[in-house]
Design a protein around this ligand. Sequence first.
Ligand code: TXA
Ligand code: MG
Length: 306
Amino acid sequence: MPARILDPGKSAYHEAARVLQAGGLVAFPTETVYGLGANALDAQAVARIFEAKGRPSDNPVIVHVPEATAARSLARVWTPAADRLARAGWPGPLTLVVEKAESVPDIVTAGGPTVGLRVPDHPVAKALLDAAAVPIAAPSANRSEAVSPTTARHVAASLGPFVDDLIVLDGGACAVGIESTVVDATGERPSVLRPGMFRLEEAVSDAGLGEPGTGGPARSPGQRARHYAPSKPLILVDRGELGIHRRAGDAVLELGDEPEVAARRLYSELHRLSADAGVARILVERPPKGEAWTGIRDRLRRASSG
Ligand code: TXA
Ligand code: MG
């Protein structure tokens, strides 16, 4: 049976919560991208996520919780840095990596000692967390290495064929549009493991933390060079040179000057252009320099064909 897209409401939350409590999978919206959720404390349920996505087992998944107290209970050590960043960035597009509590199954953390925790800022995600009353492990709700979904239809198209009777809660289009900023908060100096629209540099001064450390990209498992890739060649082109490179069958994606707007549009445009039979290649304007664009630059680098 293909995926069922449900309008959120009492009966949808009730059904979704029952599925999660029984060890099944539910896709749901967050402000960043849609997630494919399972009860984070049920190792067998989390294994179904890896199967459905075709995800390598060395790639840990993020655990979603309704508020910071719930996050704390899944951490063995809740550092001052985690505490301050949680206050600055939750609910929101920020994932904090901390040492995991014993209750967190190894499959969630890919066997590692740390867990990524996030309080999402989306009414449907919040209502689902409340109804299910369990922490929800959820990577992006797409097949491994494909572009993350920002609408319920993207999820149904990508995962419908791989999950029996998948329920997708419909929360409309995601407002942030790219995945959360992942920050290592295990030590005194937080560092970015995956950039996103939450800006650590800005937050640390507000939160009274020391200079952020430099987290090498190698420190976040599962951050492969090729990721987030559309099904067609994506070519980055310098601003003003789109005309020079353009061939017949090329679609052009201009990002504009507002990073928030560009992030919100990015994946939905990539999904649209990938599905358009008249498009052979996707030319994307190279994003400007500047910290506000770091997350977008990172995703485009991984999505581009070089
Ligand atoms: O916005 C998001 O973060 C979305 C929504 C659904 O919350 N989720 C998401 O999950 O993007 P996923 O699985 O596609 O990406 C999670 C990434 C992993 O690839 C890994 O790099 C990092 O988060 N991560 C998770 N747990 C980690 C850990 N314990 N240590 C280091 N990195 C971790
Ligand atoms: Mg993903």
